[in-house]
Design a protein around this ligand. Structure first.
Ligand code: SF4
Length: 371
């Protein structure tokens, strides 16, 4: 294999060659292993916790999107960052990467329904209206599960990014610097976070971008301490209070952990609320015989159950809680992107333009200064 040149024949085509469709599972595994070995330290493969097993087994690192992006950026010897996650995660890796690194998303159609719910133009309209009404300043906060364009918008407007682990600290910072916080794009994480900080539900208003003036009156905007963008995760929103009741009935004594992207009533009923990293830590430290019902994506729950056979780990509801867009990253796509790199061709590169990258970086750096 010749040396791989960065940026050679970079392609944005997202068309899996027929050849890969016909390979057996065993052949795919073998091809991926060989391509990875040929690339050696020049590639780093990142696997998000929600990624399917047949892909994540090839990951050098497993984690959430911020942790993975930072790990990859620190792997200076890696020219190529292959992100087995969704589009906004690959964008975050591209924002944080070292200058010489190239980020690849094996299937460019692997988007995130939540990130796609906050369009930059819609956010600009909301911003103008809310700033017009608020006399004491508005500070925007965006969840890391948002597009680079939204992160850049927030960076440019003196706001910060947050993660599910540090949303409380970032929101407290925002409210200390302005009369109101604008939280994008997950209504549930915003509400759960603000409520935990002692902000009552009637001091929050939901801005629906599909309605004139977000569906709010000027008085409702004026009264709100926190404006929540009407967006959600299609996976986590499916968990319902009745699922918790059922789990507690079927497994007396079971502990329920909900991800903060779940609805407010679900988080209120759960024993613990926390990020993927907190969920993993709780189960790992739970000890033999402990029982866990988990409200998050099914691949992480199943993996935790497999890795902890001496405890009971179940999904709060295993019906439909699969991140179908992340599932698009298949072994076929991973194989194709790696073999293309071996041949000196970059397929499915994710590249954020310089201006967007610069401002998104400002919003990310601000978060790191706050937490
Ligand atoms: S689980 Fe939800 S928020 Fe996470 S990538 Fe999938 S759709 Fe987006």
């Amino acid at each position: 294999m010749g040396h791989v040149m960065i940026g050679v024949a970079a392609s944005t085509l997202n068309c899996l060659p027929e050849y890969y469709v016909d390979l057996s599972d065993q052949q795919l595994d073998e091809h991926i292993r060989q391509a990875k070995a040929a690339l050696g330290s020049r590639v780093v493969i990142l696997g998000h916790h929600y990624q399917r097993d047949e892909v994540v087994k090839f990951a050098d690192f497993r984690g959430d999107s911020l942790k993975l992006s930072r790990l990859a950026a620190n792997r200076k010897e890696a020219d190529f960052i292959v992100f087995c996650g969704v589009h906004f995660m690959a964008e975050s890796a591209d924002i944080l990467r070292d200058e010489h690194q190239v980020v690849v998303l094996p299937d460019l159609s692997a988007g995130c329904s939540m990130a796609d719910m906050a369009d930059r133009d819609q956010v600009e309209v909301c911003w103008e209206e809310v700033c017009r009404i608020a006399s004491g300043g508005v500070v925007p906060v965006t969840y890391i599960n948002s597009t680079a364009a939204i992160k850049a918008f927030v960076g440019r407007n003196s706001g910060a990014v947050c993660t599910s682990s540090n949303a409380g600290k970032v929101m407290a910072w925002a409210l200390a610097h302005g009369e109101k916080g604008l939280f994008i794009p997950d209504e549930h994480l915003g509400r759960n976070t603000a409520y935990r900080m002692g902000i009552p539900l009637d001091a929050m208003a939901v801005w629906d971008p599909r309605q004139e003036m977000g569906g709010l009156s000027e008085e409702e905007v004026r009264r709100a301490r926190v404006i929540l963008w009407k967006g959600h995760c299609s996976v986590h929103q499916r968990f319902l209070p009745e699922h918790i009741e059922k789990a507690r009935k079927n497994y007396p004594g079971i502990r329920v952990i909900a991800h903060p992207e779940c609805r407010w009533d679900v988080c209120q009923m759960a024993d613990d609320v926390g990020s993927t990293e907190l969920i993993i830590t709780q189960v790992n430290e739970g000890g033999p015989g402990s029982q866990w019902a988990i409200g998050t994506e099914i691949h992480l729950v199943k993996r935790l159950a497999q890795e902890n056979p001496d405890r009971t780990v179940i999904s709060l509801d295993d019906c439909g809680c699969l991140c179908s867009t992340m599932y698009r990253i298949s072994p076929q796509h991973l194989c194709w992107t790696l073999e293309s790199l071996v041949e000196g061709q970059v397929v499915n590169r994710v590249q954020v333009d310089d201006e967007t990258r610069r401002w998104a970086r400002v919003a990310l750096d601000r978060m790191l200064q706050i937490v």
